[in-house]
Design a protein around this ligand. Structure first.
Ligand code: NAD
Length: 439
């Protein structure tokens, strides 16, 4: 099928590359000229495991190309995916200006039947707004009779595992009331569920839009639940990792998303929880659980930062080594990363920070500037610091050389924000150890 991706970020590029891999003809559109230039040279502007290889191969085999011209993408495609950002607006709701601008651009250039697919995470009612915006564009061009469909197809990929998630989705959701469009999208997605037999769920547009927010808010709630209990474990002298096992082995609960940490972050959970709360408010309804999950997360990020701050008598004379800047491993994305929040808190107290992250340094530097020191490797960050805080659970941080860390640190203290280590073992190496909820 002939398809264009409007917005070539994490979602647009992964979707475009994976659809091309199945033999579709894909045009990836982005208004960012630098991004398109890089992509044309076979470089990928983001880090996502396996993405570069997939992009380069499909480009070389002629199924994937890149352009800045939205009209080029739209005119040469039957299906137009909207994959632009939906950041948080001042009042917590989703800022739809990027999505609706794209809708306006589509209305200004399309001249035959198109299927417009909202893949961006958008609040209930957005498909109607997109339809109205495109219709207004067509009307103004005297093309009122031109037909098109607007479909909701929320994306569930996880950064760091995005290719596998897209190639083997647990479910695909298609929101449409048009049987013909549903059949076409089923055809498009069938190759991805052929071996797994996982479902392609066809539903009404509003339910599809809400399903995405409901999923993210539920997962965020699970994280906040275990984090809240972790604080209680610290007070009670219990160990949250045992409690997690005790809970997670119950198959009604399951172990996933029950790892205590410094709070959730990233480009989706925070803004999606906030947007769902805002949607609910605008319908005169309060989502008590989501609001609590949000509040618990704010407290969790403060809690971890405070653990570090409280340990030192003289913050102005303290340097902390930070391992991990991205909001999770295997990505370069630092948007709403708890690491940045913790670092800001340390800096506010006058502490100095030496940080290392395998992929997130460049993006972190755009936000933190030169207020911290960035090091070439993990051990260099530790050299001469008064303690080590681990905030992102990159594999390379999981079995470090403890003797080397001890030699390099001025004071042997570890703040293990992801509970990567066995507290007894670390203490056995002569460290003072703080985990989250380890009693
Ligand atoms: P992103 O910021 O990485 O990419 C968006 C891209 O859209 C940018 O490259 C930007 O230049 C481009 N763009 C904006 N306006 C444009 C226009 N008018 N024409 C052409 N290009 C335009 O965003 P993302 O992380 O890919 O997220 C996109 C959407 O998908 C969001 O709604 C997000 O919530 C949702 N989502 C993201 C993830 C994720 O893990 N990143 C997962 C699922 C869903």
């Amino acid at each position: 099928m002939k398809i264009c991706m409007i917005g070539s970020g994490y979602v647009g590029l992964v979707t475009g590359a994976c659809l091309a891999e199945m033999g579709n003809d894909i045009i990836c559109v982005d208004e960012d000229a630098a991004k398109i230039a890089l992509l044309e040279q076979g470089e990928v502007p983001i880090y996502e495991p396996g993405l570069r290889e997939l992009i380069v191969r499909n480009r070389d085999e002629g199924r994937l190309r890149f352009t800045r011209e939205l009209a080029d993408g739209v005119k040469n495609s039957l299906i137009c995916f909207i994959c632009v950002g939906t950041p948080q607006d001042k009042d917590g709701s989703a800022d739809l200006s990027y999505v609706l601008r794209v809708a306006g651009q589509i209305g200004a250039c399309m001249d035959d039947y198109k299927i417009i697919v909202d893949k961006s995470t958008v609040p209930v009612g957005t498909a109607e707004k997109v339809r109205d915006t495109i219709r207004a564009g067509l009307d103004s061009r005297g093309l009122s009779g031109l037909e098109f469909d607007v479909v909701s197809n929320p994306e569930f990929l996880k950064e760091g595992n995005a290719i596998q998630d897209f190639m083997r989705p647990e479910r695909v959701i298609v929101g449409t009331d048009n049987v013909r469009t549903a059949t076409l999208l089923k055809e498009l997605y069938n190759p991805f569920v052929r071996t797994s037999n996982n479902p392609i769920l066809i539903m009404d547009v509003r339910s599809a839009e809400l399903s995405k927010y409901a999923s993210n808010a539920f997962l965020a709630t699970k994280v906040s639940f275990i984090n809240e209990l972790a604080i209680l474990c610290d007070k009670l002298g219990a160990d949250i990792s045992h409690v997690r096992e005790g809970m997670g082995t119950d198959e009604r609960i399951g172990p996933r998303f029950l790892l205590a940490g410094p709070g959730f972050g990233g480009s989706c959970f925070p803004k999606d929880v906030q947007a769902l709360i805002a949607t609910s408010k605008s319908y005169d309804h309060t989502l008590e659980i989501c609001e609590a999950a949000w509040k618990a997360n704010q407290r969790q990020m403060r809690y971890f930062a405070q653990k570090i701050i409280d340990f030192y008598k003289n913050p102005q004379k303290t340097t902390i080594a930070v391992w991990g800047l991205t909001f999770k491993p295997k990505t370069d994305d630092v948007r709403e990363s708890p690491a940045l929040y913790v670092i800001e808190n340390l800096l506010n107290k006058g502490m100095r920070v030496r940080a290392f992250d395998p992929k997130g340094m460049e993006n972190a530097q755009k936000l933190l500037g030169d207020r911290i020191t960035y090091t070439q490797d993990a051990y260099e960050a530790v050299a001469g610091a008064d303690g080590l805080a681990i905030i992102t659970e990159w594999n390379m941080f999981k079995s470090p050389d403890m003797a080397r860390i001890k030699d390099l640190l001025k004071t042997p203290v570890i703040f293990d924000g992801r509970n990567l280590f066995n507290p007894e073992e670390v203490r056995g190496h002569g460290f003072t150890y703080f985990g989250i909820g380890r009693g």
